[in-house]
Design a protein around this ligand. Sequence first.
Ligand code: GLA
Length: 359
Amino acid sequence: MRETRVFRAPGRVNLIGEHTDHSGGYVLPAAIDRCCEVRATPTGGSTLSVHAADIGESASWTLDQIHAAKRKGDWSDYICGVARELSSAGVSLVGAELEIASSVPIGAGLSSSAAIEVSIALALSSLAGANVDRIDLAKICLRAEQDFVGLQCGIMDQFISLFGREGQAMLLDCHSLEHRAVPIPANVELVMVDTGVKHELAASEYNHRRLDYEEAVRILGKPLREATPDDLKGLPERPLKRARHVVTENQRTLEFAAAADAGDLDRMGRLMRESHLSLQNDYEVSCDELDLLAASAWEIDGVIGARMMGGGFGGCTINLVDSRKLAEFQEEIRNRFESRYGRVPEIYVCGTADGASEI
Ligand code: GLA
């Protein structure tokens, strides 16, 4: 029977803990109320076809050839990558027609790609009647991104898209995958300001940064999550800077979780600022537009904290803003950006949401 089922998976924000997931460190994301939705209809055939409603493009693969499929360098890689990994994990995929539509802005650093991967993984495994454990689904999506799409990312985006909880952020240990809820302070809005910059080199620079700190790990002979700033003395400059970011960002993330538990907004804000400066100066993944947005926000009344968010080289800043000052903040940050760059930035005020589900 051609019964259509609908699945959704959210994008995410990350309060702090940036570029720490790929070395098994700590992150503090929340799933947001923007998601990718998949309408999935089994056909009884042996083809997987997908239509991306937002851009009016389609792609298809026969199931027996999916392992031989080549990377195309576009949105369809996420779907093909996930299908291949599910199949390698022993899920007997069934022929289906999929239609995807997403409310997660693309290229803004809100994890539109993980939302596609996770919603597709949930849809395909459910149609196949396979009850895949959610941790395994996260790992399957991660492998699709690393091995097929080619980004050597960590597990944060896929994990929070599956395990997020409305009203909460999550402190996640990307090594053990232990996690716990962290409260988002009352009357605080999560406001993303989009630079509108999409850096073409973001993926290759992302992978380069990993190579830099892996050199530090080799010299130190222990994982960065176990290292202290003192251990890094004597490292060559580039590995030193990358590793120093990771080591201090792990500390900041744990401290931020404690500050959020205690409702200490000043401390949260200070840690977000330090995070930005570390990403700017040590990890070197910021850009002029992000620096301007963060530095402007630090000066605006009602801003608890602000920093660049996600992979970097463009995308958004995340701003924690007092609800009563939301309108003024938006106006002020728009003006400051516009007077420097001559264009108006998009602003997304995000609510939190539960992880992926069937609707
Ligand atoms: C991207 C990656 C994540 C994470 C962030 C930086 O969003 O997909 O795994 O590394 O960058 O924190």
